[in-house]
Write a protein that binds this ligand. Structure first.
Ligand SMILES: Cc1ncc(COP(=O)(O)O)c(C=O)c1O
Length: 446
């Protein structure tokens, strides 16, 4: 994907998220109880807005990515000292220590990390890979270069993450690997997925592009699979504008993935390495991370846990009230999973239980000053490239339906993430929902 397209993608995502957003006006309001909320006129019907948090403060609190003096200093220092390439091993070391991964490799972006990962598999062409359809194209498409064939797996409507039961149904004698993608920062059930993969002789892989800092049973997401990847693209939980990281549990995978797009690496490997002889060429790609990205990553990593904890605290404060409302739920997160939040606070909505449509709810919440949106994640299996046999070793099976994908796309809302200590903003958002819910029967009639 070109830089231009990437920019368009980033902007498209943001635009889509903002399309139902609305400006908020100055002033603060105290939290209101559900009882009071029932007596108030909805803003959509001419009443006062529930959210009166100052617009400029909200814009500052939700701005993404967030760079400050420390990032600027690092970039200036790099420009002054010309020691560009030292940033790459330094970032790799720090990310490796943070994730406790035996091997990592910095790549130009998540897509090149994925491509290197599929190269490293070294599977015979025609091998099938179980992969979610609810994902970014690169999870599925970059395997194409090595003759691998995606087999689309549904998501669990309660989590928007990998549906293991569906994967079990789609296993064939050609299946060789399985890829879990941790949607919106929620870990897939990696214990169950890895156990099953092991029992079937499959290689477990992870696309952790959404889940920087997430973990399960104390083990960082990205280190459960034999290989995994992160993206540091501008919208991500730990953004370096562009950037990616490969995660490898064995030296063999690491060396092969690194050699694919890093022509200088084979010379660094021990003589006995199967790829040591490819010094000076690697395997034909140049996937090095930009040193500025590495410098940004090193700084962002220092604040990652603190920022993730702050975001999670705000989400808890808000969602603890929202999930009391009929028809509203959070994606299910197990007690042994420590999730992070990418791109927004996703709520699962049972519109039948709520009693009115998504359009009516969004209109009413927006009128109250809530920045609410929804985002239909493109389902890979519906896209042209998968339907054309000429791009594939054998044509991917296009499922007739993916009920999990369809359900999640049609039954969610996203709220913004607040990067600051804002109890009053959380309270105002909760009050806005309570006010709208109290009058939802009126909305059903409109
Ligand atoms: C799930 C997923 N995988 C992979 C990628 C690819 O990352 P990048 O944009 O850094 O190439 C993305 C990026 O949006 C993604 O969301």
């Amino acid at each position: 994907m070109s830089t231009n397209q990437k920019n368009q993608q980033g902007e498209y995502l943001r635009r889509t998220f903002l399309k139902t957003g609305c400006a908020v006006v100055a002033g603060l309001a105290a939290p209101r109880s559900f009882g009071q909320a029932g007596t108030e006129t909805l803003a959509v019907h001419g009443g006062a807005k529930a959210v009166t948090f100052p617009a400029a403060r909200l814009a500052a609190l939700t701005r993404w990515p967030r760079y400050g003096a420390a990032e600027k200093e690092r970039l200036h220092a790099l420009l002054d000292n010309n020691n560009f390439y030292a940033e790459l091993p330094a970032f790799e070391q720090e990310w490796k220590a943070y994730t406790q991964s035996p091997f990592v490799k910095a790549h130009g972006n998540g897509t090149s990390a994925l491509t290197s990962m599929y190269f490293a598999l070294d599977l015979p062409p025609g091998s099938e890979v179980l992969v979610p359809s609810y994902t970014f194209f690169a999870t599925c498409l970059s395997m194409r270069f090595f003759g691998l064939v995606p087999v689309f797996v549904d998501i669990d409507p309660r989590t928007a993450c990998f549906d293991l039961e569906d994967a079990q149904r789609k296993l064939t004698p050609q299946t060789k690997a399985v890829v879990a993608m941790h949607s919106w920062g929620l870990p897939c059930e990696m214990d169950r997925i890895c156990d099953w993969a092991k029992s079937k002789g499959l290689i477990a892989l992870e696309d952790a592009a959404h889940a920087h800092g997430a973990s399960m049973q104390g083990r960082k997401i990205g280190t459960w699979g034999q290989m995994g990847i992160f993206s540091f693209q501008a919208s991500k939980v730990m953004p370096t504008v562009e950037g990616g990281m490969g995660m490898y549990q064995t030296r063999e995978y690491f060396e092969r993935a690194a050699a694919f797009g890093h022509y200088e690496d084979p010379a660094k490997f021990a003589k006995g390495s199967p790829v040591a002889a490819y010094a000076g060429t690697g395997f034909g790609q140049k996937y090095r991370m930009h040193p500025f990205a590495a410098a940004l990553g090193r700084q962002q990593l220092q604040g990652l846990d603190t920022l993730n904890a702050l975001v999670a605290k705000n989400v808890r404060a808000l969602n603890d009230r929202l999930i009391q409302l009929p028809g509203l739920a959070e994606p299910r997160c197990r007690a042994d999973q420590q999730r992070v939040y990418y791109n927004g606070n996703m709520l699962m909505v049972d519109f039948k239980k709520v009693g009115c449509t998504r359009a009516a709810l969004v209109k009413a919440l927006t009128a109250e000053g809530v920045r609410v949106s929804f985002w239909d994640y493109p389902e890979q299996h519906k896209l042209k490239i998968y339907a054309e046999a000429k791009w594939w070793h054998h044509p991917p099976q296009i499922p007739e339906s993916m009920p999990g994908n369809a359900h999640v796309n049609a039954n969610h809302l996203f709220l913004p993430l607040f990067y600051g200590e804002v109890p009053e903003l959380n309270a105002q958002y909760a009050a806005a929902f309570e006010k709208v819910w109290a009058k939802r029967e009126q909305l059903a009639k409109t």
